[in-house]
Design a protein around this ligand. Structure first.
Ligand SMILES: NC(=O)C1=CN([C@@H]2O[C@H](COP(=O)(O)OP(=O)(O)OC[C@H]3O[C@@H](n4cnc5c(N)ncnc54)[C@H](OP(=O)(O)O)[C@@H]3O)[C@@H](O)[C@H]2O)C=CC1
Ligand SMILES: CC(=O)C(=O)O
Ligand SMILES: [Mg+2]
Length: 577
C-alpha cells in the first residue's frame, strides 16, 4: 500500500532507469499540473516534463518565473475592471501558488489594491458573482457541537495562523454576514506575500452566525445562513467552541487574528481571550500599530513634541480605541502620567463628543476611559472649534465627515494640520485627498486607509500616505508564529510600530509622507518579525525551544520562498513530510 502523506495523497512509486529517476503510479501528469502547490506551468523544464509524464501537455516553450510574472502583468493590465482583476488573481492563486506570490511580490503597488483594500470590499459586496472555488473555511452556527469536525475537513494539518471573521463589520460596509469571507482570505494572502509565512500554515475562516441586514440576508443570491445573528450567549458559546477546537486540532501555538468583527463582540472577545490564547484583533491593535507610526512621523515633520499634540478622533470604536490606547502608552513613555496622557485625546462618536454628562449615548467601559468632564458637544465642527486639535483621525466610516468647514478650521488653527481619513473602503472615507489639500490650502499632511494617488493642487504635487494595518500585521504574524508566542501583550504592538517608524527617512518627511513606501513592506515585515521574536524570547513568551542564537537566521529559515524548486525535489519533500 502506498503511504499516505499529510496532504492526504498517496506517495508516488519511484523507479530508477539507467541512473535516471522518474515517478510513476497513480498521480497523472494532469494532476501534477492541476495542483497549485506543484504547478509551474510553462516553467517545467523539458527534463521535468519527461520525468513527470507531462511532456506534451504544455506548449514547448520553457519560461523562467520572471518571464511568467511579466506575462501575468500583461494579462492583468489588459483587464479593465478591478473586480475582474480580483477574479484573475484568485484564479492564478488556485492554479499556481508560487507564481501568484512572485507576481504579488514583484508588482506590490498594482496587486495590493486588488487583493486587499479597496477591491476586496467590492468583492465582498459582489460575493455571489465571484465565488468559484473554496478559498476559506466556512463554519456555521448550525455546526455548533461539531466545530472540530468541520475544522478537520481543512486539508492542511499544520496550521499555524488563522484569520477569522464573523462578517459583522466588514470594513466600513457593516454587517455582510458570510459575504465577508474575502476579508480573512485577503489578510492570509498578505501573511505570505509580505510576512513570508508559508501558505500551507495559514487558514482563513468565516464564522457564519447569520446576518442582521435583511437586504443582504434576503437576497436570493445570499450564500450564508438566512437567519439573524444569535443571542450573545449563543454567540459566545459558539466562538468558545471554535477557539477550543483550534487548540485541539492545531495546538495552543496556533495564532488567531480576529478581523472585522462587530464592535461589541470584538472588544468582548479580545478581553476574554487575550491572555488565554495566542490571538489579537487587527482592527483594534493593528490599527494602533500603524496610526502610532503615522503620528510619530507627524511629530517629526511638524516639530511639535508628541505631548504637545491634541488628537481628536471622529469615531470611538475598535480602531479609535485601539489607536488611543497605544497612543497612551507612547505618551506615558514620554514621561506623562495617566491623566496627563488622557488629556491629549478626545473621542467623538455618533452621539457627539464622548463626555460623562451628555444626555444620550451609552458609554461603554472602553469609551468611559476617555470620557471628558465637560458640557457635551454634538457637531464635529464645534468639537474642532473647541479643542483645536493638531491631529484629526477619522475612523467612523462616515463618508465626507471631514467637511470643508472642518478642514478649513484645521488649517486655521495649525501651521501643518494632520488629517487621517482611515476609514475603508474609499466610499466610507472621512474625506478625499483632493478635499484635504484644497480646503487646507495645501498645508496638511494627509493619510488615508485605502491608497490614494498624489494630488496636484495649484501647480504643486502633494503626496499622501496609506495608513493601513497592512504595514504591521504580516510581520507580527510571522514573528508570533515563528517563535510560537503564548500571547501578545501591548508591548508587541509598540515594538511593531517603532519598527515601522525606523524605516522612515528624511526624504519621506520632506515629502510629508508618514510611512515608508509600499515597496518596503516585505523588509518591514521581516524586521517586525525579528523584533517580535526577540521580545518574545526576552520576556519568556516564546514556546518554541531552544532559544535561537541568531534571531535573523531563525526567522529567515522559516520564510516562504516563492521561487520554484526542481520539481522532483519539491514533490518528494512534500510527500515525505
Ligand atoms: N486604516 C486602517 O488600518 C483601519 C481602518 N479601519 C476602518 O475604520 C472604520 C471604523 O472601524 P471600527 O472602528 O472597527 O468600527 P466600529 O464600528 O467599531 O466603530 C465605528 C465608530 O464610528 C462611530 N460613528 C458612526 N457614525 C458616526 C458619526 N456620524 N459621527 C461620529 N462617529 C460616528 C461609531 O459611533 P458609536 O460608537 O456611537 O456607534 C463608532 O464609535 C472602518 O471603515 C474600517 O474600515 C479599521 C481598522 C484599521
Ligand atoms: C484595514 C482594516 O482592517 C479595516 O479597514 O478593517
Ligand atoms: Mg479590518
Amino acid at each position: 500500500m502506498p503511504k499516505k502523506s499529510k496532504r492526504g495523497k498517496k506517495k508516488p512509486e519511484l523507479n530508477f532507469i539507467g541512473g535516471d529517476m522518474y515517478v510513476q503510479g497513480e498521480i497523472s501528469g494532469l494532476m501534477r499540473l492541476g495542483d497549485k502547490f506543484f504547478n509551474k506551468d510553462t516553467a517545467f523544464t523539458i527534463e521535468e516534463r519527461q520525468l513527470l509524464g507531462i511532456h506534451g501537455l504544455l506548449p514547448p516553450v520553457v519560461r523562467s518565473i520572471e518571464e511568467q510574472v511579466e506575462l501575468c502583468l500583461m494579462q492583468f493590465l489588459e483587464i479593465e475592471s478591478d473586480l475582474l482583476k480580483f477574479s484573475y488573481m484568485l484564479d492564478l492563486l488556485a492554479r499556481n501558488e508560487r507564481l501568484f506570490y512572485k507576481f504579488v511580490a514583484t508588482h506590490l503597488d498594482k496587486c495590493l489594491p486588488i487583493i486587499y483594500t479597496p477591491t476586496v470590499g467590492q468583492a465582498c459586496l459582489n460575493a455571489p458573482t465571484i465565488y468559484e472555488q473554496p478559498v476559506c473555511l466556512f463554519i456555521t452556527i448550525e455546526d455548533k457541537g461539531h466545530v472540530y469536525d468541520v475544522l478537520k475537513n481543512w486539508p492542511q494539518q499544520d496550521v499555524r495562523v488563522i484569520c477569522v471573521t464573523d462578517g459583522g463589520r466588514i470594513l466600513g460596509l457593516g454587517d455582510l454576514g458570510a459575504h465577508g469571507y474575502s476579508i480573512p482570505k485577503g489578510k492570509v494572502t498578505l501573511y505570505t506575500a509580505l510576512g513570508k509565512v508559508r501558505p500551507q500554515y495559514c487558514l482563513p475562516v468565516c464564522l457564519d452566525v447569520g446576518c442582521n441586514k435583511p437586504q443582504i440576508r434576503d437576497d436570493p443570491l445570499y450564500m450564508g445562513l438566512k437567519r439573524k445573528r444569535p443571542s450573545r450567549t449563543e454567540y459566545d458559546e459558539f466562538v468558545d467552541e471554535f477557539m477550543e477546537a483550534v487548540v485541539s486540532r492545531y495546538g495552543p501555538n496556533c495564532l488567531v487574528q480576529f478581523e472585522d468583527i462587530g464592535n461589541t463582540d470584538a472588544f468582548r472577545l479580545l478581553t476574554r481571550y487575550r491572555f488565554k490564547y495566542s490571538m489579537f484583533n487587527d482592527d483594534i491593535q493593528g490599527a494602533g500599530v500603524i496610526a502610532l507610526a503615522g503620528i510619530t512621523s507627524a511629530v517629526n515633520i511638524t516639530n511639535i513634541k508628541l505631548e504637545d499634540h491634541r488628537v481628536l478622533f471622529q469615531g470611538a470604536g475598535e480602531a479609535a480605541l485601539g489607536i488611543a490606547n497605544l497612543l497612551l502608552v507612547a505618551l506615558k513613555t514620554e514621561g506623562l502620567n495617566d491623566n496627563e496622557a488622557r488629556s491629549r485625546i478626545w473621542l467623538r462618536d455618533s452621539k457627539g463628543l464622548v463626555a460623562y454628562n451628555r444626555p444620550q449615548g451609552h458609554l461603554t467601559e472602553y469609551k468611559l476611559a476617555f470620557a471628558r468632564r465637560r458640557l457635551p458637544i454634538e457637531k464635529l465642527e464645534d468639537c474642532v472649534r473647541e479643542i483645536k486639535p493638531t491631529i484629526l483621525i477619522g475612523v467612523s466610516a462616515q463618508y465626507g465627515a471631514f467637511t470643508r468647514e472642518v478642514l478649513e478650521l484645521m488649517a486655521l488653527y495649525n501651521k501643518t494640520p494632520v488629517i487621517f481619513a482611515m476609514s475603508n473602503p474609499p466610499s466610507k472615507a472621512e474625506c478625499t485627498a483632493e478635499a484635504a489639500f484644497k480646503y487646507t490650502r495645501g498645508k496638511c499632511i494627509f493619510a488615508s486607509g485605502s491608497p490614494s494617488s498624489p494630488i496636484e493642487h495649484e501647480g504643486k504635487t502633494y503626496y499622501t500616505t496609506q495608513v493601513n494595518s497592512l504595514y504591521g500585521f504580516p510581520g507580527v504574524v510571522m514573528g508570533a508564529t515563528a517563535c510560537a508566542i503564548a500571547h501578545l501583550p501591548p508591548a508587541v504592538f509598540v515594538v511593531a510600530s517603532h519598527t515601522i517608524s525606523d524605516f522612515c527617512t528624511d526624504e519621506d518627511y520632506r515629502q510629508y509622507r508618514l510611512l515608508p513606501p509600499l515597496s518596503k513592506l516585505c523588509a518591514i515585515a521581516f524586521e517586525i518579525a525579528c523584533n517580535v521574536v526577540e521580545y518574545a524570547y526576552k520576556n519568556n513568551l516564546a514556546r518554541r525551544k531552544p532559544d535561537p542564537t541568531d534571531i535573523r537566521a531563525f526567522v529567515k529559515h522559516q520564510m516562504y520562498d516563492c521561487n520554484y524548486e526542481p520539481a522532483i525535489k519539491t514533490w518528494l519533500e512534500e510527500y515525505n513530510k
